[in-house]
Structure formats: C-alpha cells, structure tokens
Design a protein around this ligand. Structure first.
Ligand SMILES: *Cc1c(COP(=O)(O)O)cnc(C)c1O
Length: 375
C-alpha cells in the first residue's frame, strides 16, 4: 500500500507577531545596517531577560563564542574543559586562539556534560570551563560553580539552545563570566542569523564591542591597536529579535506542550528512549524533541532518519562528538580518546520535528510514522 504523506519540516519558526511591523519600520526609516535603534533595544531587553548588565548583539551564535573566548584572554597554552557532545563552534573557538579543548563525556539521560569528570581533567593550564546547555535541560550549574570556584576557573556559558530556561530560579545565560546565545531559526527565538553575548563585566563587554567592530577606537577612526572582525548584527535582525523576544514565554509554553504531547504518545512505544520531562534542576523546555534508539532496534539513527524522510518527516541527527572529528584528528587532538556515552548518543539519537510552528495534529502523524518504522 502506498501511503500519502504530509511534509512535516524539522523546524519552522513562528513569525506572526510584530516581526513585520518592526521590519517595516526599518525600511520606512532607512535603518537597515548595524546603526539602527533596534539593536540597542534588543541588547538591553535580552540582557535584562537573563539578568545581565550588558548585551552585545553579533551576527550569529558561533562568532559570539569566538568573541567570548577572545575577550576572556584565552590563548596559546591554555586549556578549556568542555563537553565532547556539542556543536563544533564551541571547540573551534578554543582551537582558533591556539588553546586546547579538553573533553568530558555526556550524561546518557539529558546529554549534558558529565560534571563528575571535570575535576580529573584540570591541569595547571586549565583556564576555564565551557558549559553548553544541551537540548532542553540545563547543565548541573551548582557542580560547575563549585569546581570553578575551587580551582579558580572562569566559566563560559553557551546558552544557544535554552533562551527562557531557568536553573535554580535563575535564568540560563546568567551563569557564565560570559554567556552566549544564538538566534538561528531553530532556536527558541530567531533573528534569521544572529547571536548575543551577555555579561556583567564592563571590561568584557567593551572588549566584545571592539572585537565586533574591527577594533575601531572611538578616539581616532581607522587607527587600530588590535585586530577585530565585523561581527555586527543588523537593525533588520534586531527588529525580528525584539518581536520574537516579546513572545518568549509563549514560545516556551508551546514547546513544553509539544514535548509533553510527544512523550504521552511515544511512552508506550518499545525500542526508544525519550527525553526526561525534568532533571534535578529544571523542567524541560524541549528545544527539540530528541529520541534515542534502544539496543533492541537493529538499525542506527541514520537509517531511522532515512525511513522517516521517506515518510516526509524532517529529522536531524544528534551532535557528532568533538573527539570523533577528522578536522581535530588532523591537528593531533583527541586521538584515541573515548567517550562512550556521547559515541552511542551520536549513533543512536535523532530529533523529531520540533519547530514553533509545528501543529499538534502533526505530532500525531510523526508519532504514527515513528511507530511504523520501529515495527
Ligand atoms: C546553534 C548553536 C550554536 C551556534 O549558533 P549559530 O547561530 O548557528 O552560529 C552554538 N552552540 C550551540 C549549543 C548551538 O545549539
């Protein structure tokens, strides 16, 4: 029997608030570059939302991490402890400044960094811990803060996946000496492409602003003491960001509802492990809806994604661990290192359609397809 399948994308953002209105204001006033009024407003509102003094809007979440690492002064011969289970941007930022990423494995249930492995990885060269909140549940920050304080380490917090999440009553994005966000369209709020650095440290904020703008100095235009980049966000992006930020609470509740609905249907399905609805520290905000294939399933996530793709269901694989990246092996990094939990998650994990615009009836269709491919 040939079934008719409906195309369900892995992610579709919701842009039906004030986005058009604010974008039109940009066009009507001619403010489309990084010199428009929405940027400052977006920076202030994002910073306030996460309880920070300063926000520095940049062109994406990856360069936000690059700037953060540079601003902290991390460089040659320094080591930064970070999870192997994350996006390449995190390790790339460390490697690019000549420092060394030192990895820890992830947890099997929330895929966040395994905080118990950190202390054994600390050396005289360790300068910082890079925390990355994965999918929908935050890292155990109390453990991180305790180790960081004990050893005098800085904290860099990649909050790209958890706008609007809280840990111990405090917003995610308030835990690092410096913290970063992404506004890529699959994140909780989007600016198309975009990112933000937040901090309470005026010196770090100033440094990030310099790095963002080619290290121009106010005193004399076109005179440079240091090399920067053009990492500027446009007023158009900030216009989107402001409209999206107005709806953050609503977006979080949409994703929570989505996650709970997926779980309520899939919990009876044999062969898959579902995300936790909460860990010790927080309730899941389901940035995405991840599932992991159990050993009883004879195929890997790659095959499952192909089967779902044939049914027009969009999916994404889990992160591929940093210690298994050819680019780093070529640099002599992580050769022979093993992090079995991340390795298994990478091979057995995928996530299901989880965008803001996903309709609840489409969740039923996705779940039916999941059941079908596992039979
Ligand atoms: C999306 C993401 C980034 C990168 O953000 P971009 O805006 O796509 O460059 C960084 N870290 C994590 C954990 C992410 O999920």
């Amino acid at each position: 029997m040939k079934l008719e399948y409906k195309n369900i994308p892995v992610n579709e953002p919701l842009l039906d608030g004030n986005e058009k209105k604010y974008l039109n204001q940009c066009i009507d006033t001619g403010w489309i570059s990084s010199e428009g009024p929405f940027i400052k407003e977006f920076e202030e509102k994002m910073a306030k939302q996460v309880g920070r003094k300063y926000g520095i809007a940049v062109s994406n979440g990856s360069v936000a991490i690059d700037a953060a690492i540079l601003a902290l002064g991390i460089g040659k011969n320094d080591e930064v402890i970070m999870p192997t289970f994350t996006i390449i941007s995190c390790a790339a930022a460390i490697v690019r400044v000549g420092a060394k990423p030192v990895l820890v494995d992830c947890n099997a249930d929330d895929w966040n960094m395994n905080v118990t492995q950190i202390e054994s990885k600390i050396s005289a060269k360790t300068k910082a811990i890079m925390v990355v909140h994965i999918y929908g549940l935050p890292v155990d920050m109390n453990a991180i803060i305790a180790v960081a304080e004990k050893h005098g380490l800085m904290i860099i917090e990649d909050a790209a996946e958890q706008h609007g999440q809280y840990y111990g009553g405090k917003p995610i994005g308030c835990f690092g000496d410096i913290s970063t966000f992404s506004f890529y369209p699959n994140k909780h709020i989007t600016t198309g492409e975009g990112g933000m650095i937040v901090t309470n440290d005026e010196r770090l904020a100033d440094k990030c602003r310099l790095l963002r703008n080619l290290c121009f100095i106010p005193e004399k235009r076109f005179l440079h003491h240091e090399l920067g980049f053009n990492l500027r966000m446009t007023n158009l992006q900030a216009a989107l960001g402001l409209a999206q930020l107005e709806r953050l609470d609503e977006f979080i509740s949409i994703n929570r509802k989505m996650g709970k609905k997926y779980s309520s249907i899939l919990k009876t399905v044999a062969g898959i492990t579902l995300p936790l609805d909460r860990n010790n520290d927080a309730e899941n905000i389901y940035w995405v809806y991840p599932i992991v294939l159990n050993d009883s399933i004879s195929f890997d996530a790659e095959v499952a994604m192909k089967k779902l793709g044939e049914r027009k269901i969009g999916t994404r694989p889990f992160f591929w661990p940093m210690h298994e990246q050819p680019v780093f092996h070529k640099m002599g990094l992580f050769v022979g290192e093993k992090y079995p939990v991340a390795e298994r998650a990478a091979r057995r994990g995928l996530y299901l359609p989880s965008g803001m615009a996903l309709k609840t009836e489409d969740i039923d269709i996705v779940c039916d397809a999941v059941k079908e491919i596992l039979m």
